[in-house]
Structure formats: structure tokens, C-alpha cells
Design a protein around this ligand. Structure first.
Ligand SMILES: Cc1cc2nc3c(=O)[nH]c(=O)nc-3n(C[C@H](O)[C@H](O)[C@H](O)COP(=O)(O)OP(=O)(O)OC[C@H]3O[C@@H](n4cnc5c(N)ncnc54)[C@H](O)[C@@H]3O)c2cc1C
Ligand code: FES
Length: 256
């Protein structure tokens, strides 16, 4: 059963650039989200903007939860102006989250840009498996949460397009080099979130190295609950709704 609830803004902190960390306190007890689940957030109580915006669960702290978001347009700009004490209408948690890895698998997390948001929740849920995180951004100014991941015991590999932090280039190439070197040793399972082009390249890599993997897809969403069919993607098992059958899909399932 989907749940509509109100949540109070506890904090809406600017981290870097145009990236914010929003801490919310739900007015009612809500179901604990799984990594990869998301919430639909009404940024205004009026009609403009009418549609709620989807955000992944970033972190769950004793019943409060955090969303990590980047300001990209009107809705997220309004969200960035929310102050402690403001109340938001929210729907969720929604969608299918990341399945947990099998026992013997080495976990590889891949994040591109704001795709880092759900990866924190995922890393936290499997930190005993010493996950490896491959994290790519455009430039040093966009790199987030490095200390948080390190203090969780996550081994990080970072790349930036301009080489201002970590390796210069895209993160899929960094991962490819790592896998090519190591492919005979460990059975990997990969979890990824980021821009479509990154996910597409990762699906090629997964098929080349016969890797198991799951990707969190992004589509514009209107309803978030499977009724408007606005978020459909083509998969090898027919058309699927990102909000309902996803946002997490087995990597080999998506047709690009
Ligand atoms: C499952 C999921 C999880 C996500 N998680 C995160 C996350 O954790 N952090 C993060 O930063 N981002 C996340 N995103 C992306 C985030 O939802 C978008 O960046 C956000 O919705 C942008 O909203 P905006 O209003 O600022 O941008 P805009 O570009 O203004 O609007 C975004 C979309 O809303 C619709 N829209 C806007 N105005 C209208 C209108 N007048 N009429 C009809 N449609 C309209 C359009 O489809 C438009 O493309 C996620 C997306 C999905 C699908
Ligand atoms: S957003 Fe309406 S069906 Fe997915």
C-alpha cells in the first residue's frame, strides 16, 4: 500500500555547488525504505509545479530520512529554498530497490554525478562486504561524501572528466581497467546509478565480462505509482514502468 504522508524539514543543507542534503521527519511512522526505493516529493502545496518530483532514499536515520539532490530546474530550485519547520507532502517509499548480493560476491558500486545519492544507502546496507565504489563526476567541485564513504570502509575509485580529482576520464573506463585486470579472480555483482550514457556503457561492460548487475533507471515521472505510463522503458521482457517494476532493473534487461 502506498503511503501519502507529511514530513517536516529538519535541515536543508547546501553541501557543494548546487547540491543539497535534505533531512525530513515524517509525521507518521513510515515503512523503512530499501536502497533504491524512492519518494515522490511535492515541492509546493499549490498547483505550480503540480507534479511531485522523485528522489531516491539517501539515508535513513532512526525514522528520519535524507534525500540528496541536485538543483536542475524549477522543482528542485523551490526545494532548495525550504527551511527547517516547512512541511512537505510526500508519497512513498516507492518502487523496487536493489536486491542484496549473494554471499560470495565482491560488490562493485558505480555512481555517476548525483547517482551517488542512492549509493550511500546501498553501501551502508552491505558495508560488511567491503564494497568498492567507482564514482565519476564532471569536476572536483561535484565530488561528494568522500569522507563519509571512507569512514564506512568503502574503497573508493574516483574520476573526473577534467582530471581535477582522481583519474582523468570517465568512470566506466576506470572500472573496465580494474575488471580486465581482476576478472579471473572474483565473481562480481555491480550496482549502478547515474546518467543513461554511463548505464548504457556499463551494460556493455557487464555483458563483455559476464557480470551480474543492477541499475537504477531515471525517467521523468508524473504519478510515481504506475498509473500514468509516463515512465515506461523498453526491456527484453516488454515495456516496463520505471516507477513500479523499477527503478532498479537487472542490467541485461534494458534495451538501449
Ligand atoms: C527514481 C528516481 C530517483 C531520483 N533520485 C534523485 C536523487 O536522489 N537526487 C536527485 O538530485 N535527483 C534524483 N532524481 C532526478 C530528479 O527527480 C529530477 O532532477 C527532478 O525531478 C528535477 O525536477 P525539476 O523540477 O528541478 O526539473 P525540471 O527539469 O524543471 O522538471 C523535471 C521534469 O518534471 C516534469 N515537468 C516539469 N514541469 C512540468 C510541467 N509544467 N508540465 C509537465 N511536466 C513538467 C517534466 O517531465 C520535467 O522534465 C531521480 C529521478 C528518478 C526517476
Ligand atoms: S510515473 Fe506514472 S506510471 Fe510511472
Amino acid at each position: 500500500m502506498n503511503r501519502v504522508f507529511k514530513a517536516t524539514v529538519v535541515e536543508n543543507k547546501k553541501l557543494i555547488n548546487n547540491h543539497y542534503l535534505l533531512t525530513l521527519h515524517p509525521a507518521v511512522k513510515i515503512k523503512k525504505p530499501r536502497p533504491g526505493n524512492f519518494f515522490m516529493v511535492a515541492v509546493e502545496t499549490g498547483l505550480d509545479p503540480l507534479l511531485k518530483r522523485p528522489f531516491s532514499i539517501h539515508r535513513w536515520i532512526d525514522g528520519n530520512f535524507q534525500l540528496l539532490y541536485r538543483v536542475t530546474g524549477k522543482g528542485t530550485k523551490i526545494l532548495s529554498e525550504k527551511k527547517p519547520g516547512n512541511i512537505l507532502d510526500i508519497l512513498g517509499p516507492l518502487g523496487k530497490g536493489f536486491p542484496f548480493p549473494g554471499k560470495d560476491r565482491q560488490v562493485i558500486l558505480v555512481a555517476g554525478g548525483i547517482g551517488i545519492a542512492p549509493m550511500y544507502a546501498m553501501a551502508e546496507s552491505i558495508k560488511d562486504k567491503n564494497p568498492l565504489l567507482f564514482y565519476g563526476t564532471k569536476t572536483k567541485k561535484d565530488v561528494l561524501l568522500v569522507d563519509d564513504f571512507r569512514s564506512m570502509g568503502v574503497d573508493l575509485r574516483i574520476s573526473t572528466d577534467d582530471g581535477s580529482y582522481g583519474v582523468k576520464g570517465n568512470i566506466v573506463n576506470v572500472l573496465k581497467k580494474y575488471i580486465a585486470r581482476d576478472s579471473l579472480k572474483a565473481p562480481y555483482v555491480m550496482y549502478a546509478c547515474g546518467p543513461a550514457i554511463m548505464l548504457m556503457k556499463l551494460s556493455g561492460l557487464a555483458s563483455e565480462y559476464k557480470m551480474k548487475g543492477y541499475i537504477a533507471m531515471e525517467q521523468n515521472m508524473a504519478c510515481g505509482i504506475g498509473t500514468c505510463l509516463g515512465c515506461v522503458v523498453k526491456t527484453r521482457k516488454g515495456h516496463k514502468r520505471v516507477c513500479k517494476e523499477g527503478p532498479v532493473f537487472p542490467i541485461e534487461e534494458i534495451i538501449w
